[in-house]
Each structure stands twice: as structure tokens, then as C-alpha cells.
Design a protein around this ligand. Structure first.
Ligand code: GN1
Ligand code: MG
Length: 364
């Protein structure tokens, strides 16, 4: 890191008095939205920190975002205390107070926040059936623990997982064709749009009053969890999108990444399949920790959610591609198109596996 960058970052960190003297700041690359750094401090007692610049083009109301996170982490902390859970500091994120009493610092240009680094933790990009079961239980527990939270929290990205909105955004991107890319991708646009009505089922049930919204994580990727050295799940991270949504969001979105046999942006479609074993293990864990509060209709929507998330992600990547790559960070010019094709392929693989998905979920 350049000295100038280090000076800027330590300047920002000086607004978080708890952090103290900084030895090193290392960029971390994961995440498509926010910028993240690991902050190594001089004091091993205090430990390290994570410094993040919140992308406020995506999260336009950072005070609301941080308020949500504070309410959620406080609630989880209290719950775990009441349940007698040990080692709580490694099981729920703790955000550091800035000098103005909030948990963020605005430089005039960007919003920054700091949270305590969780010791001896690792992230993963793939799961085994064993870890998948544990992760299913953990996300289920997370939803379960938040299901009785009395404070209300706002939508940090309004209608984030609203499929009707996502379809509309794709339609608008097609009409505007800002980057002049439509002609080249017309066949996949047509294929994707053909399934839009079916995929918007949840929104219709919500309007009919049949389906509730609850607090969900809304970005349940394997990489948004920390594990300990024995592959146990420690802590759920990346709480920016924790907000009211359909509870099965977390179920479907997790399988979108974990049960994909390839990467989210795999160019070779032949490598992309839906992993039955991972699905079964995750579903078993999730059902064990949520069966006490899921309504029959929520439970019956689980198979649909497995298809919904690769589908929704394909729609989002394609809209961004047509808009000229303004939302997701890309590594090469056609990246969003490659991602679109990969997610759409996964969606089709899920559809092929649907009889198995339905019968397994009915059997547990
Ligand atoms: C974004 O930044 P990251 O990777 O945690 C996105 C998710 C997508 C994901 C696709 C706020 O998450 O919804 O599923 O990319 N987050 C936001 O990899 O849009
Ligand atoms: Mg995220």
C-alpha cells in the first residue's frame, strides 16, 4: 500500500478512538459492493479490525443501514447471552463507535465503519455436505433469533429481493439499451423474460396477504460466514442487507452459491450443476432450526426459492450488463454477461432437479 493511502486510511481510523495505533492496513478483495481492509493494530490485546467503505451509491441511507446493524447485532448479542452461548464476541459482529457516537464516519466523500476482527476465523468459497448442514442450521437460527425482535428495521435497499422490481429494471435496461449491447444478447433476454411471471409468484401472494415478510439476511453466501479451525460456523457477516423480506430468500440465495458446482461467473457452462448432496444437507439443517416458526405457505415456497435466486441474479447481472456495468464490480468487459449466462444455466439445472427438491423437502 502507498504511504499516501496508508495516511488517508489511518486518518479515517483516528475517528474510531478504540482502534489505537495502527501498524498495517491490508486490502481484502472479497465482496462486489463495498471496499474492505484488515487493520492490524499495535496492541495484540485489542486485536485487529475490519475497516470498510460503504458503497453509498448502493446503500443510499448509511445512517439507516448502521442503525439496522446496531439493532440486529444488539438483539443477537442479548439473545445469545440469554441462551448461555459462550464466546459471543466471535459469534456476532461488533461495530466500533466513532467519535460522534455513531458507528460510522463520513469524510465528506465517503462513509466508513469499523468492526472488530474475529480472531482465528476463516472464510470459505465452497462447502462440504457436513459444513452445509451446519450452515443451514445457522442461517435458520439467525432468522429464528430475529423472528421476535421488537424494534423495527428499514429496508436498506428498498425492494431488494422483489422479483417484480428486478424484472421491471431489466425491462427498462432493455428499452434504454444504454451501452448498445442489446442486439448481441437478445436471445438470452427473451429466454429470461419468458419466465418472469412465474418467478414473481411470491409478490402476488404477498399482496394477497398470504405470505408474510420477516427479517432475513438477504445475502446468504458461503463467503458471508466465518468458520473456526474445525469447520464450525462462528458468525454471520455482511449484515448490510439484513431487512424485512420473504424468509425463504435466505434459503434460496444460499443454495444459489453453495449448491452450484462451479463459480458464480464460470464461463464453461458444462461445469455448472446443482449439487444434490449439498442441497439435502443444507435443507435438513435449515428445516431443523426453522420448523418451529415457518408457516405452511412459507415452507411450501422453499422449492420455488431455490429456482428464484439464480433466476433473479441472472436478471440483475443482465440488467447491469445492458446498463454498461454501473453496479457490480467487474474484472473484464464481458464479466456481467458471463455471470448472467452462468446464473441462467444454474436456474435451468435447478428446474431439472425440481422433482428431487420437492420430494426431499416433503420427506423431512
Ligand atoms: C452482491 O457484495 P456482495 O458480493 O456481498 C449483491 C448481492 C448479490 C451478489 C452477487 C447489495 O453482494 O445481492 O447476490 O453481489 N449485494 C448487493 O455475487 O447488491
Ligand atoms: Mg453482500
Amino acid at each position: 500500500m502507498e504511504t499516501a493511502d496508508f495516511d488517508i486510511l489511518t486518518g479515517i481510523l483516528s475517528h474510531f478512538p478504540e482502534v489505537g495505533k495502527v501498524v498495517r492496513v491490508e486490502p481484502l478483495t472479497s465482496g462486489l459492493i463495498n471496499r474492505t481492509y484488515r487493520v492490524v493494530t499495535e496492541n495484540p490485546q485489542v486485536g485487529d479490525y475490519i475497516l470498510q467503505r460503504v458503497n453509498h451509491a448502493v446503500f443510499t441511507d448509511v445512517p439507516l443501514l448502521q442503525h439496522n446493524i446496531e439493532v440486529v447485532t444488539d438483539h443477537l448479542h442479548r439473545k445469545m447471552q440469554a441462551m448461555g452461548v459462550g464466546d459471543i464476541d466471535r459469534r456476532v459482529l461488533r461495530f466500533v463507535k466513532a467519535d460522534d457516537g455513531t458507528t460510522f464516519h463520513f469524510t465528506g466523500e465517503g462513509y466508513w465503519r469499523v468492526c472488530a476482527y474475529i480472531k482465528d476465523s476463516v472464510t470459505k468459497d465452497v462447502v462440504t455436505p457436513e459444513t452445509s448442514y451446519l450452515v443451514g442450521r445457522k442461517f435458520g437460527e439467525f432468522e429464528s433469533m430475529l423472528s421476535d425482535m421488537s424494534e423495527s428495521i428499514g429496508e436498506t435497499i428498498p425492494d431488494f429481493h422483489n422479483m417484480e422490481l428486478r424484472s421491471r429494471q431489466l425491462q427498462e435496461a432493455v428499452e434504454a439499451d444504454k451501452a448498445g449491447r442489446l442486439a448481441q444478447v437478445k436471445p438470452i433476454v427473451d429466454d429470461i423474460m419468458a419466465d418472469s411471471y412465474e418467478m414473481c409468484r411470491a409478490e402476488r401472494l404477498y399482496r394477497e396477504g398470504k405470505l408474510p415478510k420477516r427479517i432475513c439476511h438477504c445475502d446468504t453466501k458461503v463467503s458471508n460466514m466465518l468458520f473456526d479451525e474445525h469447520d464450525n460456523v462462528l458468525c454471520i457477516i455482511d449484515l448490510d442487507t439484513t431487512m424485512p423480506s420473504f424468509v425463504f430468500s435466505d434459503f434460496g440465495d444460499f443454495l444459489r452459491s453453495a449448491a452450484n458446482t462451479a463459480a458464480e461467473d464460470e464461463p464453461d457452462l458444462e461445469k455448472i450443476h446443482f449439487n444434490e448432496e449439498i442441497f439435502k444437507a443444507f435443507a435438513k439443517g435449515y428445516i431443523e432450526s426453522t420448523s418451529a416458526f415457518l408457516t405452511p405457505i412459507e415452507r411450501s415456497m422453499l422449492p420455488y426459492s431455490v429456482a428464484l435466486f439464480p433466476y433473479m441474479q441472472a436478471v440483475r447481472f443482465l440488467a447491469d450488463y445492458l446498463n454498461g456495468d454501473t453496479y457490480y464490480r467487474i474484472a473484464y468487459p464481458e464479466h456481467n454477461l458471463v455471470r448472467t449466462k452462468a446464473q441462467y444455466h444454474l436456474y435451468r439445472e435447478v428446474m431439472k432437479a425440481m422433482p428431487m427438491i420437492v420430494s426431499y423437502l416433503e420427506s423431512i
